[in-house]
Design a protein around this ligand. Structure first.
Ligand code: TXA
Ligand code: MG
Length: 327
């Protein structure tokens, strides 16, 4: 493995200034960062992730005042949301500044911008001297990383450095909001629940997209966030299927359930707390994926608050399986 692991923000900043890609911790998931104004560094991100170039990247700032480096202007709704929820798990889609190369935005006239709530990483971005473009630090379509070892497992042979900031506190990607006719539209549910956004923008809505390829919302590809083990979902505890005989099945659920015949059972929060469950979600899927199982069954979450983002990830993780499942 060629990848180094460090806790030194100076070293990470030096790598970034040299045009290398570095995995950086954030409060949501680990990101694979390169200086946003360096098209070659950004190209290395796409190559390392094997990510198609129609899928634009989010640009991460060190400080709120850096927004004009990235965005040409900002509607009042966006301004209010950023003032309330930045730093935090909110990405806003804004008209792009001309200094942001087309490879970052996949040629779109807009750019996704985020101010992460992670002091160490903001320090690195500050020392790097420019905002960084960073998708989640996983191979395209696979499980998102919430610990340094998740990054090393998927990308250790193709990237140079991981900045170790420990486990991510939120555990699911940022909520992405775009603005149309002065209305806020959630295009990807994430770490900031729609209910919270509505406290600032009462008319905010979620737009559900299941299009196969869309330049405006590629994180919404139907098959995404997937473990290698086949995964299926079930609507409720009462619908948990019996494992096929002779097979090793694993179960993922919010609270503990009776489930005879399962080899591995993972409960995300014994007290049913969606914040705790979100923080453990990807980590637990990584564990199940390494459990030599024939199948993972995941019970859907309550469709409120962070449960909306978790159900979105489950649906996309299970899309490949569900598409081939007999009805
Ligand atoms: O929490 C997060 O958002 C993490 C951390 C690393 O910050 N990043 C992340 O990046 O989830 P990624 O690449 O896995 O997802 C970024 C999503 C993609 O679906 C992309 O299409 C969308 O953001 N996006 C980026 N720029 C966009 C734009 N101009 N218009 C619409 N969607 C955009
Ligand atoms: Mg991703």
């Amino acid at each position: 493995m060629r990848c180094q692991i460090t806790r030194d923000p100076d070293l990470a900043a030096e790598f970034l200034r040299d045009g290398k890609v570095v995995a950086l911790p954030t409060e949501t998931v680990y990101g694979l960062a390169g200086v946003a104004t360096n098209p070659e560094a950004v190209a290395r991100i796409f190559a390392a992730k094997q990510r198609p170039e129609f899928d634009p990247l989010i640009v991460h700032l060190a400080d709120f005042d850096d927004l004009p480096l990235v965005a040409a202007c900002c509607p009042p709704e966006a301004q209010r949301l950023m003032e309330r929820f930045w730093p935090g798990p909110l990405t806003v889609i804004l008209p792009r500044q001309s200094t942001i190369p087309g490879i970052v935005t996949s040629g779109l006239p807009t750019v996704g911008v985020r101010l992460p709530n992670h002091g160490l990483t903001r320090d690195v971005i500050r020392r790097a001297g420019a905002p960084v473009a960073a998708p989640s630090a996983n191979l395209f379509g696979r499980l998102s990383p919430t610990r340094p070892e998740h990054v090393l497992n998927q990308l250790g042979d193709v990237i140079d450095l991981v900045l170790d900031g420990g486990p991510c506190t939120i555990g699911v990607e940022s909520t992405i909001v775009q603005f149309e006719n002065e209305a806020a539209i959630v295009v990807r549910p994430g770490g900031l629940p729609l209910e919270d956004i509505r406290q600032i923008c009462p008319n905010a809505i979620r737009r559900v997209s299941t299009e196969s390829i869309t330049p405006s919302a590629p994180g919404l590809l139907p098959s995404h966030y997937a473990p290698r083990t086949p995964i299926q979902t079930c609507k409720a505890v009462a619908d948990i299927p019996l494992p096929a005989s002779g097979e090793r099945w694993g179960l993922l659920s919010l609270t503990s359930v009776e489930s005879p015949g399962y080899q591995q059972m993972e409960v995300l929060s014994a007290r049913g707390d969606l914040i705790e469950a979100t923080a453990r979600f990807f980590e637990t899927l990584h564990q199940l994926d390494h459990g030599q199982l024939d199948r993972i069954v995941a019970v859907k979450f309550p469709d409120v608050g962070l449960g909306v983002a978790l159900n979105d990830r489950l649906m996309r993780a299970a899309a490949a399986f569900d598409a081939h499942a007999t009805p």
